[in-house]
Design a protein around this ligand. Structure first.
Ligand code: AP5
Ligand code: MG
Ligand code: ZN
Length: 217
C-alpha cells in the first residue's frame, strides 16, 4: 500500500494534461487513467454510459459525479492500478476529490497543476489533432504532422475532437473556473499540490513535472 503512488494532473482544458500524461505514464511506470478518454471510448462503443455522457460532453458540461465516480473506481480497481495510477481529468469537482480522498485513506495523492493562460486555450484546442489508432496528440501548429492528417507515431488517421469547437471550448473553460479550479485550493491547503508553467515547450513542461515529483518524494 505504501508503495502505491497516485498522481493527479490538474489544469484547464488544453493545458497539456493528455500530452504530458502519456510521457509521465511511461516515465513513472504508472497506468494513464483519463476519464475523458474513458468516456470517449464508451461513446464510440455506444454503451449505455456513453449515451448518458454524450450530451454533457458535447455541450462542454461536466458529466454528473455519480457516473464519473462509478466508471473511475471501476477502472482503478483493475490489477494494473495496484501500484498506483496517473489521473488525467479527474477529479474535477470537490465531491469527486473528496470521494477519491476517502478511497485512498491514509495514502496521499500528489497533484500537479499545469498553469496555462485562458488566452492560449482556444488556440490549443482549435488546432488539436488526435490519432484514431493510437491516441497520439498532435497540433496543427505546435506539433504538426509530417504528412497532413497522418499520425507521426503510427501512421493512423488524425481527427479533431467534437468539443474543440471554439464555442464549446469557451464553455469548458468557464466550467473549469467554476467547478474545477477550487481543487487547486483543496490540494494546496493539504500541501499536496505543485504548480508548473504549462506555457513552455512540452519537453520543458515534462522536466518541471518530474522535478516536482522528485521534490515531493
Ligand atoms: P477531457 O478529455 O478530460 O478534456 P479536458 O480536461 O477539457 O482537457 P483536454 O483533453 O481538452 O486537454 P488536455 O489538458 O489533455 O490537453 P492536450 O494534452 O490534449 O474531458 C472531456 C469531457 O469529458 C469534459 O468536458 C466532460 O464533459 C467529461 N469529463 C471528463 N472527465 C470528467 C470528470 N472527472 N467529471 C465530469 N466530467 C468529465 O493538449 C491540447 C493541445 O495543445 C494539443 O493539440 C497539444 O498538441 C497541444 N499542446 C500540448 N502541450 C503543449 C505545449 N506545451 N505547447 C504547445 N501546444 C501544446
Ligand atoms: Mg486530455
Ligand atoms: Zn497514431
Amino acid at each position: 500500500m505504501s508503495d502505491r503512488r497516485v498522481v493527479i494532473l490538474l489544469g484547464p482544458p488544453g493545458a497539456g494534461k493528455g500530452t504530458q500524461a502519456v510521457r509521465l505514464s511511461d516515465g513513472l511506470g504508472l497506468p494513464h487513467v483519463s476519464t475523458g478518454d474513458l468516456f470517449r471510448e464508451n461513446l464510440s462503443n455506444d454503451t449505455e454510459l456513453g449515451r448518458r455522457a454524450k450530451g454533457f460532453m458535447e455541450s462542454g458540461q461536466l458529466v454528473p459525479d455519480e457516473l464519473v465516480l462509478e466508471m473511475l473506481f471501476d477502472r482503478v480497481s483493475k490489477p494494473d492500478c495496484a501500484e498506483g495510477y496517473l489521473l488525467d481529468g479527474f477529479p474535477r469537482t470537490i465531491p469527486q476529490a473528496e470521494s477519491l480522498a476517502e478511497r485512498l485513506g491514509a495514502e496521499t495523492p500528489r497533484a500537479l497543476l499545469l498553469e496555462v493562460d485562458d488566452a492560449l486555450i482556444v488556440g490549443r484546442a482549435a488546432g488539436r489533432l488526435i490519432c484514431k489508432g493510437c491516441g497520439n496528440i498532435q497540433h496543427l501548429e505546435f506539433s504538426p504532422p509530417a504528412k497532413a492528417g497522418v499520425c507521426d507515431a503510427c501512421g493512423g488517421e488524425l481527427q479533431r475532437r467534437k468539443d474543440d469547437e471554439p464555442d464549446v471550448v469557451r464553455e469548458r473553460l468557464a466550467v473549469y473556473h467554476e467547478q474545477t479550479a477550487p481543487l487547486v485550493g483543496f490540494y494546496e491547503n493539504k500541501g499536496q499540490l505543485k504548480r508548473v508553467n504549462g506555457d513552455q515547450k512540452p519537453d520543458a513542461v515534462y522536466a518541471d513535472l518530474v522535478r516536482c515529483l522528485e521534490e515531493a518524494a
